[in-house]
Design a protein around this ligand. Structure first.
Ligand code: PGA
Length: 245
């Protein structure tokens, strides 16, 4: 049985005081059936580590693929682990679009995260034009194969794949639960062709305008094992509803 996992992606939002009050409100509602996580701006990671007690997964939103060196403005896996993170988002569509992250760099970052025992949350997703031209499965499959290139099957249950159609992020437009499930199934079948013995261990998340009103329907789908949630993860009462869908 794959355990469901709900991760809030705060993007470039939040503050020390917001995280402190958010966590105090959420803490009593974290339950054993569903894993809860927060992908925070770098500056808030050590704070969550110091106020939480292992009941919530602490994630970054990006890492650098190198160990250390002259990479001004970047943060390494070791630095994040020292600060308290145990996971990191990789290849979010906003990073691919605004910071030109390629499929190759996503692959290098995923490998670095796994080498350091940080759980990568690898994001894939098509644009609206690609969906309208029925290229969505092909696009996601290309991103998936590139992201997993050279990754050993022993790591398939130590990483997460998040399917996030770009047109559904922050727009209020959610993919229908049937469309999200169809893509999750496709992702699992591609993974099955690469890692036949491990495909059923892979956890696949959906992201894109997930909110308390639609999470139940999405989580009822056979191949959807969790959610990556942006906007609705910033408000404690909504996050409580999400992790208790
Ligand atoms: P959203 O963002 O829930 O605000 O659409 C999701 C994401 O970008 O991970």
């Amino acid at each position: 049985m794959r355990k469901k996992i709900i991760i809030g992606n705060w993007k470039m939002n939040g503050s020390i005081s917001h995280l402190e009050s958010f966590y105090q409100e959420v803490k009593p509602h974290i339950n054993k059936e569903v894993e809860a996580g927060l992908a925070l701006p770098f500056t808030l990671i050590s704070l969550l580590k110091s106020i939480s007690d292992g009941d919530i997964i602490i994630s970054a939103q990006n890492i650098n693929e190198n160990d250390s060196g002259a990479y001004t403005g970047e943060v390494s896996a070791d630095m994040l682990i020292e600060a308290g993170a145990s996971a990191t988002i990789i290849g979010h569509s906003e990073r691919r679009a605004y910071y030109f992250e390629s499929d190759e760099s996503v692959n290098l970052k995923a490998k670095k995260a796994l080498e350091k025992a940080l759980m990568p949350v690898i994001c894939l997703g098509e644009s609206l034009e690609e969906r309208e031209e029925h290229l969505h499965e092909k696009k996601v499959e290309t991103q998936l194969r590139a992201a997993l290139n050279g990754i050993d099957e022993a790591y398939i249950d130590k990483l997460l794949i998040a399917y996030e159609p770009i047109w559904a992020i922050g727009t209020g437009k959610t993919a229908s639960s049937d469309d999200a499930e169809a893509m999750a199934k496709h992702i699992r079948e591609v993974v099955r062709s690469l890692y036949p013995a491990k495909a059923d261990d892979l956890r696949i998340l959906y992201g894109g305008s997930v909110k308390p009103s639609n999470i139940g329907e999405l989580m009822a789908k056979e191949n959807i094992d969790g959610a990556l949630v942006g906007g609705a993860s910033l408000k404690a009462s909504d996050f409580i509803s999400l992790i208790n869908f």
